[in-house]
Design a protein around this ligand. Structure first.
Ligand SMILES: Nc1ncnc2c1ncn2[C@@H]1O[C@H](COP(=O)(O)OP(=O)(O)OP(=O)(O)O)[C@@H](O)[C@H]1O
Length: 752
C-alpha cells in the first residue's frame, strides 16, 4: 500500500456519491483522518476512515488538476492525468453544473441530458461547426455530425453515428440534432440556399419523417413522456458535388432510408399504469372531438378516450396541434389523402376490435355484442370485411388435414388472444407501411455514400424481463462488441506507435456472452427458435434445456428456488429472465382464419397489410405429395430469428462505415431538469450516472486506455513535472508513454 501524505488529495468510495473528494489530514496504522470537500448533497464533516477490514472504503489518488474549475479545462477526459471512475464522474458532474453537457472520452462523446432547452443549437452554433465555419473541436453533437460530414466531403466515405443510452437519456433528441446538422450544414452557403429556397424536398421529407415516426412509434412511459418504442437506423445519402453539377464543395443530401427494429406492438393492447399507448391514438381522438379538425376521422368521431378498452386514459395538453403536425408530416413524406384516411380507419378499427368481448359456451365461444353499432360491426366496416365472417374467424379455427378440413371452436380466452394478435399485427403493418412509403418518397440510390444514424434502445433490466428485454440486451451486446473492437483498434494503434507492450487480456471482451446468446444450435436464442418449431414445445421445456446445457457457463446462472427463470450475466450486468410466454411471443402467431378474412377485405389498403403474411408455424404438412407420403416442412419464422437477421444486416452495414459514438446519459432517474439560475443544485445523481457509464462501456473503454498508459501527460508536462525517468522525447510526440510505464510501477498509485 502506498503511504498517503498529509494534505494529499484522495477519492473515498461512498454509496451516496460513489466517490467523495477528500484531503488527508493524518494517517495512522489503522485509520486515515480526512476532510471532505464541500458537497451540497452530503453533510460535511471530517472523518476517520478505517484502512483495514470490510468497512474500509476504496481510496483513489485525486489529481489536483480537477479541483475547482479544473474540469472545465478538460473537453476530452483522456487528457486528465489519472483517469478512473471517480475522475470521470467528478468531471462530468462539475461540467454539467456549468451547463457543459458535452464531454469527450477519447473519440466518444458523452452527452448528459439537461431536460431543458439550452442555447446550444442555434444558427450560430450550426455555422460554427459547419464547413468553412470556425472549425471547432469542442465537444458537441454538431461536432460529431461535422466529423461525419467531413468524412463524406473529404473522402466520400460512408459514416455512422451510433447513439446509445437508456430510456430518456436523450437519444432521439440527439438523433434529431445530428439529422438537422446534416440536412442544414450540407446545405451550401447562404446565397445558394436563398436561390434554392432553403431546404430541398429531400431534406424537408427527411426532417418531416421524424414527427411522423414519433407519432406512430413513440409513447408516454414511466421513464420518458416521449419514448421511442422501436429502434431505428436512418441512412442519409449524399451525392458527390460533381454529380450535382454545381460549384459548391459540399455534398448535398439526395436521399434517405429508414430501417426500424422491434416495434413494441404489445403496447397497442395494454399499457402499464401511468403509461400510454402510441401517441397517434390520443391525437386522433382529440382531433375528432375538436371543432378545428377538418379530417373526417371515421370511427373516431363520437368516441372519447373512455370509449376504448385498449387505451389507458391519460390525456396530454397539445394533442390537437400534434395531430396537425402529424398530418403535415404525412403530407411531407408523400402520403395521399386516401392513404391517410385509410390509415386512420385502420387505427379506429383496432380500437373497436379491442372492445369486442367473447363469452364462453362450453369449449366454444361467441361474440357478446352483435348489433349494427356493436364494436364488431364497426371494426368490420372500417376494415372492409364481412361482418358475418369476422366473428367466425375470431372464434373458430379451421385446419387442413390430408383427410380434409377440420373446424374447431375456441374458448373465450383463446378468441380474445386471437383478437389481440390481430390488433397488434394491424398496427405493426400500418407502422411498416408508413416507413416504407416514406422510404419510397424520399428515395435511396445504391452506391452513394451515406451517413447512418443509429438510435436504438439501451440495455434494459426490470423486475420482470421477457423476450423484448432479451432481444434488446442482445442488440446491446452486439453493439458493445463492435464498440470494444473500435476502441481496441484505436488504442492498439496508439500503443504500437509508442512501442508499448500490451496484453490482449487487458481488453474488455464480450464474445463469450454473445456465444452464449447466439451460438449455433446451443445459443439461448437459436434454442428458443428451435423450441418454437417443436411439436409440443414450451417455454418451460426451453428453460429447462438451457439450464441443463449452460449451468456451468460463467455467464449463465439460475436460482433453484425460482423455477422458470434464468440469469444471463450480460456485459452490463446480470439480468433475470422469466421464461413465461417466451415461446408465444416469439411465435407471434396470427390465426390463418383471420389472415384469410382480412385478405378478403374490399379495401385494397387493408388487403395490402396482409399481402406478405403467409407465415405458418411449427412443423406442418406441405401440400406437395412425393408419392411416398407427405413431406414434413417447417416454416421458420420467429420474432427473434427475424430480428437476428435484421441485426446481422445492420452490423454489416455499420461495419462498412466510419463510426462515431455518442453515449447519452440521464443525469437523474426522475428526469429533473437542469437548473442554473434559481438553484445551486442541478440534479446529477452520481450513482445512476456511474451505473450508466459502466454498462455503456465507457469505464471499460477507459480501462482499455489505462491498460497501456495508466497515467497520461503531455510530454512537456511530464518533463516539467521533473521526472528523472522521462525519456527525452516521446516517439509519437502525442503523449509521453514510456516514462509512464516506469511510473506505472513507481507511483503504484490509484488503488491503495
Ligand atoms: N439536448 C437536449 N436538450 C434539451 N432537452 C433534451 C435534450 N436531450 C433530451 N432532452 C429531453 O429529454 C427528453 C427525453 O429524451 P429522448 O426522448 O431523446 O430520450 P431517449 O433516449 O430517446 O429515450 P427513449 O429510449 O425512451 O426513446 C426529451 O423529450 C427532451 O425533453
Amino acid at each position: 500500500m502506498a503511504t498517503l501524505a498529509h494534505d494529499e488529495l484522495i477519492w473515498v468510495a461512498c454509496p451516496a456519491r460513489v466517490w467523495r473528494a477528500a484531503r488527508v489530514l493524518s494517517t495512522g496504522d489503522d485509520v486515515l483522518s480526512v476532510e471532505y470537500e464541500a458537497d451540497d448533497e452530503v453533510e460535511e464533516e471530517g472523518a476517520e476512515i478505517p484502512l483495514h477490514g470490510k468497512s474500509a472504503p476504496k481510496l483513489l489518488r485525486r489529481n489536483a488538476v480537477l479541483v475547482g474549475e479544473g474540469a472545465m479545462r478538460y473537453d476530452n477526459l483522456t487528457e486528465v492525468p489519472e483517469l478512473h471512475e471517480a475522475a470521470v464522474l467528478h468531471a462530468l458532474d462539475a461540467r454539467f453544473r456549468r451547463a457543459q453537457i458535452y464531454t469527450f472520452t477519447g473519440p466518444v462523446l458523452l452527452a448528459v441530458n439537461p431536460f431543458r432547452s439550452l442555447p446550444l443549437y442555434g444558427p450560430e452554433q450550426l455555422r460554427s461547426f459547419g464547413r468553412g465555419g470556425a472549425t471547432s473541436a469542442a465537444p458537441h453533437v454538431y461536432g460529431i455530425a461535422a466529423r461525419a460530414l467531413e468524412g463524406i466531403c473529404a473522402r466520400y466515405e460512408s459514416q455512422t453515428v451510433l447513439i446509445s443510452g437508456e430510456s430518456g437519456a436523450g437519444k432521439t433528441e440527439t438523433t434529431k440534432f445530428v439529422m438537422q446538422f446534416l440536412a442544414l450544414a450540407s446545405k451550401p452557403g447562404e446565397d445558394r440556399s436563398k436561390r434554392h429556397g432553403g431546404l430541398s424536398p429531400v431534406e424537408r421529407q427527411v426532417l418531416g419523417s421524424n414527427p411522423l415516426l414519433e407519432a406512430f412509434g413513440n409513447a408516454q412511459t414511466l421513464r420518458n413522456d416521449n419514448s421511442s418504442r422501436f429502434g431505428k437506423y436512418i441512412e442519409l445519402q449524399f451525392a458527390k458535388p460533381a454529380a450535382l453539377g454545381d460549384d459548391v464543395p459540399n455534398p448535398r443530401m439526395t436521399g434517405a432510408r429508414i430501417h426500424t427494429y422491434l416495434l413494441e406492438k404489445v403496447r397497442v393492447i395494454r399499457q402499464q399504469e401511468g403509461e400510454r399507448s402510441f401517441h397517434i391514438f390520443y391525437q386522433a381522438i382529440a382531433a375528432a372531438q375538436s371543432q378545428d379538425s377538418e379530417m373526417e376521422l371515421e370511427g373516431f368521431r363520437g368516441f372519447g378516450l373512455d370509449s376504448f378498452k385498449y387505451l389507458n386514459k391519460q390525456e396530454s395538453p397539445n394533442e390537437v396541434e400534434d395531430f396537425e403536425a402529424t398530418l403535415a408530416a404525412m403530407d411531407a413524406v408523400g402520403l395521399s389523402k386516401t392513404e391517410v384516411t385509410q390509415i386512420f380507419r385502420t387505427l379506429a378499427a383496432i380500437l373497436h376490435l379491442g372492445n369486442v368481448t367473447f363469452e364462453s359456451a362450453g369449449e366454444s365461444s361467441h361474440v357478446v355484442e352483435k348489433g349494427p353499432s356493436s364494436p364488431l360491426a364497426l371494426a368490420a366496416q372500417l376494415l372492409g370485411v364481412d361482418a358475418q365472417r369476422l366473428p367466425t374467424a375470431l372464434t373458430r379455427r379451421v385446419r387442413q388435414t390430408p383427410e380434409g378440413s377440420i373446424t374447431s371452436t375456441l374458448t373465450a380466452p383463446k378468441a380474445a388472444n386471437g383478437r389481440d394478435a390481430l390488433a397488434r399485427h394491424l398496427y405493426h403493418a400500418v407502422f411498416n407501411y408508413i416507413v416504407q412509403r416514406s422510404n419510397t418518397t424520399i428515395g435511396f440510390q445504391p452506391n452513394l455514400s451515406f451517413c447512418g444514424v443509429l438510435d436504438i434502445f439501451g440495455f434494459e433490466f426490470f423486475q420482470w424481463n421477457s423476450l423484448e428485454q432479451l432481444c434488446i440486451n442482445y442488440t446491446n451486446e452486439l453493439l458493445q462488441q463492435y464498440f470494444n473492437e473500435f476502441i481496441f483498434q484505436n488504442e492498439t494503434s496508439l500503443y504500437e506507435a509508442e512501442g508499448i507492450r500490451w496484453d490482449a487480456e487487458d481488453f474488455p471482451d464480450n464474445t463469450t456472452i454473445l456465444e452464449l446468446l447466439h451460438g449455433k444450435m446451443e445459443g439461448v436464442l437459436p434454442m428458443l427458435e428451435e423450441e418454437c418449431f417443436h411439436v409440443g414445445g414450451s417455454s418451460e421445456a426451453w428453460c429447462n434445456k438451457l439450464v441443463r446445457l449452460h449451468e456451468r457457463n460463467k455467464h449463465f446462472a439460475y436460482d433453484k428456488l425460482k423455477k422458470g427463470t434464468f440469469i444471463i450475466r450480460h456485459f452490463a450486468g446480470p439480468v433475470t429472465y422469466h421464461c413465461t410466454e417466451f415461446l408465444e411471443k416469439n411465435k407471434d402467431e396470427l390465426s390463418p382464419d383471420l389472415v384469410q378474412c382480412l385478405k378478403g377485405s374490399e379495401e385494397p389498403f387493408v388487403r395490402g397489410l396482409f399481402e406478405h403474411l403467409d407465415r405458418v408455424f411449427g412443423v406442418g404438412q406441405s401440400t406437395s405429395d412425393t408419392g411416398r407420403g407427405r413431406v414434413l416442412k417447417a416454416q421458420r419464422y420467429s420474432v427473434s430469428g427475424e430480428f437476428r437477421q435484421q441485426l446481422k444486416e445492420l452490423l454489416q452495414q455499420i461495419q462498412s462505415t466510419q463510426p462515431h459514438f455518442i453515449r447519452c446519459i440521464k443525469p437523474n432517474p426522475k428526469n429533473q431538469a437542469f437548473r442554473d439560475r434559481e438553484a445551486t443544485k442541478p440534479f446529477f445523481d452520481r450513482p445512476s450516472v456511474a451505473e450508466q457509464l459502466s454498462y455503456q462501456g465507457v469505464l471499460a473503454a477507459i480501462k482499455v486506455a489505462r491498460a497501456g498508459f495508466p497515467v497520461r501527460f503531455w510530454h512537456s508536462e511530464f518533463l516539467r513535472g521533473g521526472s528523472q525517468r522521462a525519456p527525452e522525447t516521446g516517439r509519437s510526440g502525442r503523449r509521453c508513454p514510456e516514462g509512464l510505464l516506469a511510473w506505472k510501477v513507481a507511483l503504484s498509485i490509484s488503488i491503495i
